[in-house]
Ligand binder design. Structure first.
Ligand SMILES: Cc1cc2nc3c(=O)[nH]c(=O)nc-3n(C[C@H](O)[C@H](O)[C@H](O)COP(=O)(O)O)c2cc1C
Ligand code: SF4
Length: 648
């Protein structure tokens, strides 16, 4: 049974004399969990969940090697001996599960996202070439500063080694400082670091090896191409790897850059990119290099990893969001319980989405992530209650699941023929079919528990009285919000649901009034443009997709541009007549007129479906959750389900 389905994934690999038990790794990823630059209980608990779940290697999130490396206000810093105790806790914990752990040595160069004081930083790079995405104009590093930073890498590695970590990885990927030295279009220096673009990295490796000796793993993370005209091109990356190979124990392949909006999409590739899309790039390195090659990028299932390793495309697979979403994935795969794996859907909403908001990492599907200290272990309730969950969208499903896990007797009533609620509509948006995986995963989890699920079963007072529950969890969702607006004439007005469900005829010239500024307005625009409509997306916000994680937004922005969708920001719906839509500029209130329009499409949010609150009053305590509590997204709905039922 063991190793049977995935013999390659579950075969060990030895790197510089250290035997890693399997080929599944969690690549470095910021969690926003650390406080005061240091490892804390939350971060240890977070990684413990992944080590316990069977992951072979954890590469810790980036640690700054110099004061000028603070690219956000909540990273780890390895610039002082006070960091050692925290790394040691992580090392001891990982080793107790036979999981290896490396640190990431990091300097962003000019790629500084934000500072603790909210001011613009003094950023440094190889040369004074601005960062396109973060709008920073860096200073060219002096020779003294280069020397200090190289020593910073070595000292940070020394601290990690003293703490018991098994190795370090130098982050030269994603356009960060070492990559800025490598790129002939960013490194315009005329000194020795300009004449030899490899020199900086080579000195870093030398200094780290000198500091740590022979018994310490040193790896490199590199973008196979930065997908940026001013960044490292694919042949340059390969040549750099070949030239530096003799100083390395492994290479971890990724792609893209922090420097451009398009390149940054690949830092955490959204569901628009294919599973394992970097395997073909990884094999280019694997064929030329003799050190182990690791690859990440939408490898979300063990079968996919098995195929990559078996076919010789890489030696290890980064399955980072797969582990954020399901820390137990390796153990489940090893035990052959593939059906129970909660596969990551590449939505980016709560992992990198939270990082960009500066809040603790989580997962839309598994809100226990990042909250391990609170929800890591579901304790059985002291009294088993009869819990009636009404509504089978994400909120109701997670509520039922959590209540059943805690030993309650749960019945779930859904008025429609299928579980899933609004997710069933959301998955109809172009290139978002994978979002439906959220329902598949929750259904699978429900199946493993003793829950009475009733479909086509609208709830009412008589039903609730018959059930005689101890608690009612109300997850009846929401419906499209139609605000008051001046409607004088015959123009066709449709809401997003009608269009997505496909039961409404849409005319040739369409204006979308998009207050939500999220997937729905953009998705309608793409769907209708693909059908041949002339589409204007009028957004009551700063830009289309304002509310979305930027990589998700930008991947759609590009497609809308290619499809010729016209986007108009700051547009508030005012009214319409026979063939004209009237908006107001949301700053000046001046009129914005869209003429010769056939259809006005509304993406104006939702309103609660909460009628049962009054009807069921007195039968049992009622807990509204999800959109029934307040219309938000699937993330809040699932978290509501967890929170409320963890307390019952
Ligand atoms: C929340 C988050 C933070 C990240 N931060 C880092 C980082 O600190 N260092 C790094 O090398 N990559 C970082 N990445 C990129 C990941 O290491 C990985 O390459 C990416 O998630 C793609 O792999 P996956 O599809 O298996 O998740 C981050 C990704 C996520 C989701
Ligand atoms: S939030 Fe979305 S992308 Fe991130 S780990 Fe969870 S499912 Fe994957």
């Amino acid at each position: 049974m063991r190793h049977f389905a995935h013999p390659h994934v579950f075969s060990p690999i030895t790197i510089r004399g250290k035997r890693l038990k399997n080929r599944i790794m969690s690549t470095g990823h910021d969690t926003c969990l650390p406080t005061n630059d240091l490892v804390n209980d939350e971060l240890v608990a977070y990684h413990e969940a992944r080590a316990r779940g069977g992951c072979g290697l954890i590469v810790l999130q980036v640690s700054g090697v110099h004061e000028t490396a603070r690219y956000t206000s909540h990273l780890l810093m390895a610039t002082d001996d006070k960091c050692i105790a925290g790394y040691q806790r992580l090392a001891d914990m990982c080793h107790s599960y036979d999981t290896h752990i490396f640190g990431q040595l990091f300097h962003p160069g000019r790629e500084i996202m934000e500072t603790a004081e909210g001011i613009q930083p003094v950023a440094y790079s190889a040369s004074a070439v601005p960062s396109e995405r973060f709008h920073q104009m860096p200073r060219a590093m002096s020779l003294e500063l280069i020397d200090e930073v190289v020593k910073g890498y070595a000292n940070a590695a020394g601290r990690m080694q003293r703490a018991g970590l098994d190795g370090v990885e130098i982050v030269a990927s994603h356009g960060y400082l070492p990559a800025q030295f490598l790129s002939p279009r960013v490194n315009l220096r005329e000194d020795k670091y300009g004449q030899n673009k490899l020199l900086f990295l080579s000195e870093v490796f030398q200094a780290v090896r000198h500091k740590t000796g022979d018994d310490f793993i040193i790896g490199l993370r590199l973008s196979e191409s930065e997908r940026d005209p001013s960044g490292i091109q694919s042949e340059e990356a390969l040549q750099a790897a070949l030239a530096l190979e003799h100083q390395l124990d492994y290479i971890s392949i990724t792609t893209g850059t922090s420097n451009t909006l398009a390149g940054a999409i690949h830092i955490a590739p959204p569901m628009t990119l294919k599973h394992a899309y970097l395997a073909p790039a990884s094999i280019r390195f694997k064929q030329k290099l003799s050190i182990p090659v690791m690859v990440a990028g939408r490898i979300n299932q063990p079968q996919v990893a098995e195929q990559i390793i078996a076919s010789g495309q890489a030696d290890m697979c980064g399955m980072t969001r797969a582990l954020i979403c399901d820390p137990d994935m390796p153990a489940k795969a090893e035990q052959g319980k593939l059906d129970t794996i909660r596969a990551c859907i590449g939505c980016n909403q709560a992992c990198i989405g939270h990082f960009h908001k500066g809040v603790a990492i989580s997962c839309i599907q598994y809100p226990e992530t990042g909250r391990e200290l609170q929800y890591g272990k579901q304790l059985l309730a002291s009294i088993s209650k009869r819990v009636m969950v009404i509504g089978g969208g994400p909120a109701g499903m997670k509520a039922a699941l959590t209540a059943a896990q805690r030993g309650h007797k749960v019945s779930l009533f859904e008025s429609s023929p299928r579980l899933g609620g609004q997710v069933l509509l959301a998955q109809l948006i172009p290139a978002r079919a994978e979002f439906g995986g959220l329902v598949t995963n929750l259904e699978q989890e429900l199946r493993g528990l003793n829950i009475d699920i009733h479909l086509n079963a609208p709830a009412d007072k008589a039903l609730a009285q018959r059930e005689a529950p101890d608690a009612i969890v109300l997850a009846t969702g929401a419906k499209p919000y139609w605000p008051q607006f001046e409607r004088n004439g015959s123009l066709d007005v449709l809401d997003a649901w009608q269009i997505l469900q496909g039961d409404a005829k849409v005319g040739k010239n369409v204006v979308i009034a998009d207050w939500r500024s999220d997937w729905i307005g953009m998705g309608l625009a793409e769907k209708l443009a693909l059908q041949g409509c002339n589409v204007t997306l009028a957004v009551n916000g700063l830009c289309a997709g304002e509310m979305l994680q930027s990589y998700v937004r930008d991947s759609v922005v590009g497609r809308l541009h290619s499809l010729g969708v016209k986007t108009v920001p700051y547009a508030r719906l005012f009214g319409c007549d026979d063939d004209t839509v009237y908006m107001q500029h949301s700053i000046t209130d001046e009129a914005m007129t869209f003429e010769q329009i056939d259809t006005l499409a509304l993406s104006l949010g939702h309103q609660r479906v909460d009628g049962l609150i009054d009807e069921l009053k007195g039968i049992a305590p009622i807990y509204p959750i999800g959109d029934c509590l307040a219309p938000r997204t699937a993330e809040e709905a699932i978290l509501d389900g967890l929170r409320v039922c963890s307390e019952l």
